[in-house]
Design a protein around this ligand. Structure first.
Ligand code: IMP
Ligand code: MG
Length: 182
């Protein structure tokens, strides 16, 4: 990944660290959902890489679905708009939300309450990364399963972008300052 590696200041999580955590989370979810035929909902777009890895570590029948949300005015806005809702009927179903990163919590707060209004039998959140230092005070929603808690740094790779780039980087890294300041 030479063309993108040069923009990375520091590797935060290697491919190996990512793989072992995904395996661990997959085992936990398999115990929880083995006989529940849940709907696994991914929040686009950042989740795509984690989602594809996670579902292959889930050893149980499940349905997959996607929601696509974005913030109105940049990622600091608390106001979210829904680009695409889930297609499945979630009423009475066990639902698990997969997210790439739990940052301010605006996205997960919106997603959680939106899906809760569809009256699922249960609703849980699994996030790969968590930046608790960034959480907005009003956000009460919590993750049920967390991969890695990371420091307050802007990271890219493994689905996460800067200006829609670097999502296809196979590891998670901190971008060099000069990339932002270009
Ligand atoms: P929220 O602030 O918890 O609502 O997170 C909103 C979205 O911001 C996430 O789903 C990511 O797409 C994006 N985001 C938050 N932190 C980072 C980061 O460190 N790198 C890349 N994207 C991020
Ligand atoms: Mg983003």
């Amino acid at each position: 990944m030479e063309n993108m590696d040069k923009d990375i200041q520091q590797v935060l999580l290697t491919e190996e660290q990512i793989r072992s955590k995904v395996e661990e989370l997959g085992k936990i979810l398999t115990e929880e959902y083995a006989d529940k035929n849940p709907v696994v909902v991914g929040v686009l777009k950042g989740v795509v890489v984690f989602f594809a890895d996670m579902v292959r570590e889930m050893d149980f029948p499940c349905q997959i679905d996607f929601m696509w949300i974005s913030s109105y005015a940049g990622s600091n806005s608390a106001e979210m708009k829904m680009v695409k809702d889930v297609s499945a009927n979630l009423e009475g179903r066990h639902v698990v939300i997969l997210e790439d990163i739990f940052d301010t919590g605006n996205s997960l707060d919106f997603t959680y309450h939106h899906l809760l209004s569809k009256e699922p039998a249960s609703l849980k959140i699994c996030t790969f990364l968590d930046k608790p230092e960034r959480r907005k005070p009003g956000v009460r929603v919590q993750a049920d399963y967390t991969g890695y808690v990371i420091p307050n740094e802007f990271v890219v790779g493994y689905g996460l972008d800067y200006d829609e780039k670097y999502r296809n980087l196979p590891y998670i890294g901190v971008l060099k300052r000069e990339v932002y300041e270009k």
